[in-house]
Design a protein. Sequence first.
Length: 291
Amino acid sequence: MTDNTRQAADDAAEPRDAASSASRARISSREVEDVEARSSPRTPVIYEIVRRTGEEEMVRPLTSLWWSGLAAGLSISFSLLVQAILQQHIPDAPWRPLITSLGYSVGFVMVVLARQQLFTENTVTVILPVMAEPTARNFGRAARLWAIVLCANLAGTMFAAAFCSLTPTLPPEMRAEMIEISRAILSHGALDTAFKGVAAGFLMATMVWLLPSAESGQLGVIVTMTWLISVGGFAHIVAGSMEAFMLVLNGAASPFEVTTGFLLPALIGNIIGGTALFALLAYAQVMKEID
């Protein structure tokens, strides 16, 4: 091929290349919104969503926090109830816990989708704004929210346990099944329970972190994370308090036993897992990008 011929071929190819590039540009322009819609949010975006949620929760009125926390305690009591129902109707087999643990997720689904206040969700949402602006005012707000929500959650589960134990609402067989399930919370020492609480706190914080990007898959995220807590035998302070109160009200354990053997170790573990581990890691991921 001569130089003139080669030049002519190159000249002819240039318009085609330009047309092809223009076509690709037009396609990209038309589809850019679709690409953005299908893309997962960047980590700083998720961080900002969770942080703003925490800020909004810290300034809510006391009465709103209390009643929302009380509702969460009542709702989460259904975790134990549904577990007992499933356990009654599923034959005893090595795989049974894999199915009955799905019942544990029911109460969490009710709480999270209804936007009720759950203490273990707030271990990460409230701490992020505190770490972003560690002032005495923010520390005070976080402590206020934690105290109100935790007390409200426990009041809700205590009322639910009393309702199940002291009224003829449930048949004796189902109540006995709930008590039998509840005994598991005292089957470990306090130190073991604290470490199991760390795992549960981390999983709950992970759930909170995943929800903003889950969109229509939020139900699956909630079920998966809470199913793991149950099937792994981890310790969740609020859901486990329902079991603790059932044991006390039915004479299967003393208040001292459930407080020192489960409630306090689980609380400490949940705070460490959700705050000292997950929240700090979440903040460390983005601190250089949000400065």
